[in-house]
Design a protein around this ligand. Structure first.
Ligand code: B12
Ligand code: SF4
Length: 537
């Protein structure tokens, strides 16, 4: 009897799904819940587990099918290696893969991972269920819409599957992961909509949702979203909700009405005061009257893809937004006392030293006061994005799927960025969970939780002021470093900042942050614990 379990009747063999699970993967969650609702046994495995554990778990499960979820294209080699090991371990069942990259570059995916049998394109719930059922019944699976597969040395596809029409027909996603915890409060991701109506040139999301037939943006019913929140609050004690929508429904008359109904539903369910929520949106959706109502209903933090502080940058990125609108959104949120985080691309394919300085001036303007931690990156040309195609056409695209890249028009900027990236990496300033920028943001996040989910904490305003001063100092230091590096490469003046000295400053700031934070929390420990007691489930 083979030990991969192939003696089991096919219908009883489980489906294994492998994906990136940190912070909760809603894509895998929806796939699992749809399969379970149809009576299938589903096992979820984290791609971050040691490879030998994954191989052992798949062998033990003896599955009918393994589905790999590739949400970050730079993981493709890692998946390829894992899949080869699974085959080498004698696992012969159907292997499929889904996610943005496989959907938009199916041919390349099948070429890069020869042991894959198929790719599921676009939203995978119904395709995966039908694929599973066809295989279980021994039927021809290639007829299932939504697939790309190998056929006689070439690639063939079944008809493209349309996007899910009514998101409320899907069961709630499986959430068999532990919630993130902020000062004893549990957080969970969720979705109110799928798709995005905009067409930013660096983003593959609109291509993903526009290439499949069907309506690009679909919103759930506000009452259904609130019902899911209430269920998570009552059953699992969740008090912090992190909306993962690419662009929370807010823009234009129709979605403003949606957001207003959502706020009404939250009040109807008596959730404001008991739960808080975070959204992602564009700056041009931030409107004072609506956001004030949303804040009163628990909106506590807004992530905005600001992306550039110059008009040229915003044009190249096809943001359809002005610097003035970016600034005005930040000012509105500050006035309303809603915390914000932001995405920002210091460098894009059109960059010059003048645009770098323009971007630094913008960063100084929005976070010079320490209201959030400064952050930046270089725009990367992901597959399925218009900007990648434009770079390819002009012969500027470099690197590969795991490290897509391009040269700047001014070669001095390449040297500038290489030096800056080295310094920022060495100092551990921006990247990684233990880096200064994410730690500062975490402290601000905690502060917002203290303000919104606890009774008034004595001394909170003083703590806020100290955190603001510390963040402002860190921001000034980081922005100063970029200025100094730019001066060296643009003007040939000065010297590169010494990475070890900056690292010392960075570590000292981190230590100050940790000791301020710990001192404040331990001073109020008893009161915080007492406030938490009723929400423990
Ligand atoms: C939440 C999120 C995160 C979370 C991930 C949590 C998690 N464990 O899932 C966190 C915060 C950790 C994260 C981090 C990053 N992220 Co992110 N993230 C997202 C976001 C906004 C939502 C994902 C989601 O929940 N979608 C909703 C679900 C329902 O849709 P879905 O995931 O697409 O899944 C559906 C289909 O794709 C398909 N499918 C997916 N997998 C599979 C598998 C099978 C077998 C099948 C059949 C079908 C299938 O069916 C699913 C159900 O319909 C996406 C944008 C997006 N819209 O997807 C970006 C996105 C995935 N992130 C992106 C990036 C770039 C990053 C970062 C690199 C950002 C950064 N600079 O640090 C990091 C990388 C982290 C790392 N490992 O190093 C890019 C990836 C681009 C690319 N081509 O690689 C995206 C697409 C955003 C974008 N604008 O381009 N991210
Ligand atoms: S960056 Fe955001 S707003 Fe722009 S297309 Fe992508 S998801 Fe939409």
């Amino acid at each position: 009897m083979p030990d991969d379990g192939s003696w089991c009747p096919r219908a009883q063999r489980p489906v294994v799904l492998v994906g990136f699970q940190a912070q909760g993967n809603l894509g895998l969650g929806y796939l699992a819940s749809v399969l379970r609702a149809a009576g299938h046994d589903v096992r979820l495995l984290d791609i971050e587990l040691p490879v030998s554990d994954i191989v052992a778990a798949v062998r033990t499960a003896a599955p009918l099918l393994v589905g790999f979820s590739l949400i970050f294209q730079f993981y493709i080699r890692r998946y390829g290696e894992l899949i080869d090991l699974l085959r080498a371990a004698g696992i012969t069942c159907h292997f499929t893969m889904g996610g943005h990259y496989p959907s938009l570059s199916a041919r390349q995916t099948l070429a890069a991972v020869p042991a894959l049998d198929s790719v599921v394109r676009f939203e995978g719930e119904i395709t995966l269920r039908e694929l599973t059922e066809s295989i279980a019944a021994g039927r021809e699976w290639r007829d299932v819409p939504g697939l790309v597969y190998r056929s006689d040395d070439d690639i063939a596809s079944s008809p493209t599957r349309a996007l899910v029409e009514d998101l409320d027909n899907l069961p709630y996603p499986e959430r068999n992961f532990l919630p993130e915890v902020v000062l004893g409060h549990r957080a969970m991701p969720l979705l109110a909509s799928r798709g995005c109506a905009r067409t930013c040139s660096f983003c593959s999301i609109h291509t993903f949702y526009r290439t499949a037939p069907g309506k690009v943006v679909r919103t759930r019913r506000p009452a259904e979203v609130v019902r899911e929140m209430r269920h998570l609050h009552e059953d699992r004690g969740i008090t912090i909700f992190l909306f993962q929508d690419d662009d929370f429904p807010l823009f234009g008359k129709k979605w403003r009405a949606w957001a207003s109904d959502f706020v009404d539903e939250l009040h109807r369910a008596d959730l404001p005061g008991r739960v808080i929520w975070k959204i992602n949106c564009r700056a041009d959706a931030v409107e004072e009257a609506l956001f004030s109502r949303m804040r009163d209903a628990g909106l506590y933090i807004v992530y905005m893809g600001l992306e550039s502080g110059t008009e040229e940058g915003l044009t190249v990125l096809n943001k359809g937004i002005t610097v003035e609108q970016n600034l005005s959104a930040v000012a509105t949120l500050k006035r309303l006392g809603i915390m914000f985080e932001f995405g920002f691309m210091l460098l894009d394919p059109s960059s010059s030293f003048a645009s770098v300085r323009g971007n630094l001036a913008f960063l100084e303007e929005i976070v010079g006061d320490g209201s959030a931690a400064a952050t930046f990156c270089k725009m990367l040309p992901y597959d399925g994005t218009p900007i990648k195609e434009a770079l390819e056409r002009s012969g500027r695209l470099k690197g590969d799927v795991c490290a897509p890249d391009y040269d700047f028009l001014d070669p001095r900027l390449d040297a500038f960025y290489a030096a800056l990236a080295r310094i920022v990496d060495i100092t551990g300033w921006i990247h990684g969970n233990r880096a200064l920028t994410p730690q500062l943001n975490w402290a601000w996040n905690e502060l917002a939780v203290l303000r919104t989910l606890f009774p008034p904490v004595p001394g909170l305003e003083t703590y806020d002021a100290r955190l603001r001063r510390l963040t402002a100092e860190a921001n000034a230091m980081l922005i100063g470093v970029v200025h100094d590096v730019a001066r060296v490469f643009d003007d040939g003046v000065g010297e590169l900042p010494a990475a070890h000295i900056l690292r010392k400053h960075c570590n000292q700031t981190l230590e100050r942050l940790i000791s301020e934070r710990n001192a404040f929390i331990s001073r109020h420990k008893d009161m915080l614990l007492q406030a938490l007691a009723p929400i423990t489930v």
